[in-house]
Design a protein. Structure first.
Length: 271
C-alpha cells in the first residue's frame, strides 16, 4: 500500500490526467492481469503518459497477501506544467492499494434490479474504451439514486444509445444472439468483457433501450464482481419497465466468465 501524500500540483488530482485499473487478486495472483496491463498500456499510449517499468507493475499483486483482494493502481502524469500545458518530459506518479474483498454472491443467483439514468454520456472517441481518471459522468449518474435495492444504473449516450452501467459493462441476449453496446465513442471496455469476446460470439450493437426490452436475458459484468443477471429494469422515476425471471439459462455467461475470476459458475445448481 502506498500512502504517501499526493502533491497539490499532481495532474491526476488537478485534472484527472491519468489512468487506473481495479484488479481482482486471489492469494497474490491477479486475475485477467494481462488484459488489465493491455488496457493500461492502451490508455497510456492515448494519453502519452510513460508507464512505470513492467517489473514494478508486476510486483504489485504479490503484495496483496492471502485471500481475495482488490488491487487499485493509479498512474498520473505527475506534477508540473503550466495550467493545462503538460510537463515535458512527464515524470509519472504511481499509487496503489490492496483491500480485502467479498463479492456479492447472492446477486449471481438472484440477479439485480437496475434503473435508467437521466445523465447522457458525451462522445469523445480519443478517450473511449480506456479507464482514465476523469469519471465525473459516472459519479453524477451514480448520485441519481439512493435506493439500496437498485444495484446499478444504465447509461445511454446523447443519441439515446446504450453504452454501459455506471461501473459495469452491459451484455444481453436478443433473438438468440449475445450483444453488447458500441463503445467506440464513449464508455469503458472492461477486461472481463474483452476476455469474453475472445471466447464467445458477442456482437456489437448501436442500440437503444429497445434492445433490453426485447432481450430474454441481460447481465451487467465486470472483472471484480463477475456476472450479475438482470431481474428488473426501472425507468428514471422508478417505474418498472421490464422484469426477467432469473433461472438456469442465465448461467451461460457465468459458465464462461466466472472461471476466469475463480468464482463458481454453477450457482443456480446450488440454489
Amino acid at each position: 500500500m502506498t500512502d504517501e501524500a499526493v502533491p497539490f500540483d499532481d495532474r491526476g488530482f488537478a485534472y484527472g490526467d491519468g489512468l487506473f485499473e481495479t484488479v481482482l487478486v486471489r492469494d497474490g495472483q491477479p486475475l485477467l492481469w494481462d488484459a488489465h496491463l493491455r488496457r493500461l498500456a492502451r490508455g497510456a499510449e492515448r494519453l502519452e503518459i510513460p508507464l512505470p517499468d513492467t517489473q514494478t507493475l508486476a510486483s504489485l499483486p504479490g503484495q496483496a497477501g492471502a485471500g481475495l483482494c482488490v488491487l487499485k493502481l493509479l498512474v498520473t502524469r505527475g506534477s508540473g506544467g503550466r495550467g493545462y500545458a503538460s510537463p515535458e518530459p512527464p515524470v509519472p506518479r504511481l499509487r496503489w492499494r490492496c483491500t480485502p474483498f467479498m463479492p456479492q454472491s447472492a446477486y449471481w443467483r438472484e440477479g439485480v434490479r437496475v434503473r435508467l439514468c437521466r445523465l447522457r454520456l458525451g462522445h469523445q472517441p480519443l478517450l473511449a474504451g480506456i479507464k482514465h481518471l476523469n469519471r465525473l459522468e459516472n459519479v453524477m449518474a451514480r448520485r441519481e439514486w439512493r435506493d439500496p435495492d437498485v444495484a446499478e444504473g444504465v447509461l445511454c449516450d446523447q443519441h439515446e444509445r446504450l453504452v454501459e452501467a455506471t461501473s459495469m459493462n452491459l451484455v444481453w441476449r436478443r433473438h438468440g444472439l449475445l450483444e453488447t453496446p458500441d463503445l467506440s465513442a464513449c464508455g469503458v471496455e472492461g477486461t472481463l468483457l474483452a476476455a469474453l469476446r475472445e471466447r464467445l460470439p458477442i456482437h456489437t450493437r448501436g442500440a437503444g433501450i429497445e434492445a433490453l426490452m426485447e432481450a430474454d436475458a441481460a447481465w451487467v459484468i465486470n472483472s471484480v464482481q463477475g456476472v450479475w443477471p438482470l431481474n428488473r429494469l426501472d425507468d428514471t422515476d422508478g417505474t418498472c419497465l421490464k422484469r426477467w425471471a432469473v433461472h438456469t439459462a442465465h448461467r451461460y455467461l457465468q459458465q464462461h466468465a466466472h472461471p476466469l475470476l475463480g468464482y463458481p459458475h454453477d450457482v443456480f445448481d446450488e440454489a
